[in-house]
Structure formats: C-alpha cells, structure tokens
Design a binder for this molecule. Sequence first.
Ligand code: 9MR
Length: 375
Amino acid sequence: MNKNLIPIGFALASLFTGCAMGRAENVATLKEAFSKDFPIGVAVNQRQFMGEDTNGVALITAQFNSLAPENVLKWEAVHPRRGTNGYNFAPGDAYVAFGEKNKMLIVGHTLAWHSQTPRWVFQDDNGRALSGTNAADRELLLARLHEHIQTVVGRYKGRIQIWDVVNEALNDSSNINDTNMLRQSSPWVRILGVEFIVKAFEWAHEADPKAILRYNDYSVENEPKRKRLIALIKMLQAKNVPVMVIGSQTHANLSWPSAELEDAALTDIAKLGLPIHITELDVNGAQGGQRNQSADVAQNSQAAGGKLAESADEKLSKQYASLFAAFHKHRSEIKLVTFWGVTDADSWRRNGKPLLFDGNWQPKPAFSAVIEQAK
Ligand code: 9MR
C-alpha cells in the first residue's frame, strides 16, 4: 500500500469514492491530494503530540505533512517566569520530537504577540508598568525580547523550519480612514512602536539564519487591514528586515471571505513578492460568528456563540470549496496551508464546528469538497 494513502476508517472511503468496505487504501488524503501544490499543516495540542489522543495522532499522520503548535510555544507557555530559569521547554521539546518522528515540516508559533504574554514582560522588577517615554524601560523590554528569541529560536535551530515571528500587530479597525498602522492597545506597540517588529525579525534571523520568518495576522482579506499589512511589509522591506513570508490566518465564516474577496486579497498580497502561507484555517459555523470577522482571542466567546447556522454543513462545504479553489488558483504563491485544529472537538471554536473532521474523527462532507479542488 502506498504509505501516502492511508485508511482513516472505512466511512472515509465510502464518502467520496463510494467504494466497498476494505478499499480504503484507494482514498486520497489531504497531503496526497495537494502534493503538487503545497504541504497541508495542522495545529496540534498537547494530548496529540504526547500521543494520548491516539485517534487524533492517526488522523494527523495520515492526512497532514506539516505541524503548528496550537499553544505550547507561546510566551506564557514557554517562558512563564522572569529570567533565564523561567522557561518551560518540556512541551515544546515533545512537540518538535513528534514532528521529527513523523518527518513533518515544523512551524513555531509565536515569538512576539500582545496576547498570551505574561504581565511581568511589560513591568519592571517592582511591578511598575514599563513606559514608552522612558529610555531605560525601552532598553529593558528590548533586552527581554532579544533574550527570549535567542533562547527559544536557538534551542530549536535547524529543527523548527518556520517561525511566526510577529503575530497580530496590525490595527484591527475596520475604518479605512484610521491611519494607525499598528494595534495601539498592544504593550509592544505602546512601549516600542514598530521597533519591536524590526528587532524581532532581526534577532530571529540571527538565532537561526536558515529559518523561514513569517509575519502572521488575521482578517487581512479586508481592505483596511490589508492596506496596513502592505504598508508594514513595504516599510520592513525598505529597511532590509528579514521578513520572508506573509501568514494569512484565514479564520473564516460561512460567507466571509467571499470567493471574490479571497482571490482579490491573495492577488494583492502576492504583489509584495513574498510567499503566502495560510496559517490558521477554519470556517466558523456558529450563528454568532456570521457577523463577526475578527479572530481576536478576546472576542471569541461572541464569535462562537449561538447555535449552528442553518444548513451549516452544506454551507461549510461550499465555503471550503471556494477557499481551496482560490488557494489552488494561487498555488504558485501559496507555500503552505495549515488548519487550526484536527477535529471540531479540538477547535477553539468548537461550537462552530469549523473543521473537516467531526468529534469522532470522521471526515465531514467538507473534507471531500476540499479534496475535489485539488483536481
Ligand atoms: O487556538 C488557540 C486557543 O487554544 C488559545 O486558547 C488561544 C489563546 O492562546 O489561542 C488560540 O489560537 C490563536 C492563535 O494563537 C493566534 N491567532 C488566533 C488563534 C485563535 O484565537
């Protein structure tokens, strides 16, 4: 049996080949279907990379050829306490070992983010908030960022191939006339301005010159944020900052982004001349998520609220087909597509049943809708 064509249950076989039980080896997998286009990644949780969720592991190794760590390499997880002894590397080490064992392309997520960063990072040793107008405070925060990046990227040098260096730093406003490029409420922005972005990329590059360095954000399909993204990346490029890939999270809902918007956004972003990665793909089917296009963690309860939208399963298939048609069309620019979770039960938006596999690890109709787009 071709090892890329792995049975994940006979239900899968009958879903889109209609073939009899026992013929599952003829079934394509996501990674196989898109092997000429881009690797297919998935964000994994600790129960998966520790091997406890054995059904999850079976799906991950059968269907995907790249991994992202859903949470364990965020600052609060990997570096919860001050100082050089304040690290907790055990989960990150296990994550990377799991990826290596399964010969997968391994992503690191994320080095500098306003969220999931412990409070001490933005305070002095007496608990006083650091200030952007105080040169010593700025120095202190830059020194912490440097030490963190050197330590974390350095530890996995040559083993984590791709890093989300800066996450969600753009101003989230939907007002196109809002001229602030960056997220003003971020302590990174408040204290250091754009300098934290410049330094984070330079230091990540210094720590692992071969690593592929991404800027990662959500809702960059929408024009106001896309304009800010393009302005930011052009500014970084003008300073020779080693930003190498644009990460578009693509936390979608059943109707957004439309086929036209996705195509236009990819066309526009590709003009920057950098490869694009789809980094956190899911499609929210919850009623509450149909109005909201933000993937801000703080707004998640709202976005995942309410029952499933009417005919959610059918609309999910349509939306996934539409997105993958755009990815396939732009396959010369898109170098990786990563789903944000394995099954609906694992998802941060589990209420919205946003993924291709249900809580029983079975493929949903959207799975075959995606595979179809590879042809
Ligand atoms: O899926 C992640 C969830 O388990 C965490 O509780 C949450 C906060 O750390 O982060 C979620 O992942 C986010 C990702 O790191 C960055 N983009 C938005 C994702 C969804 O909130």
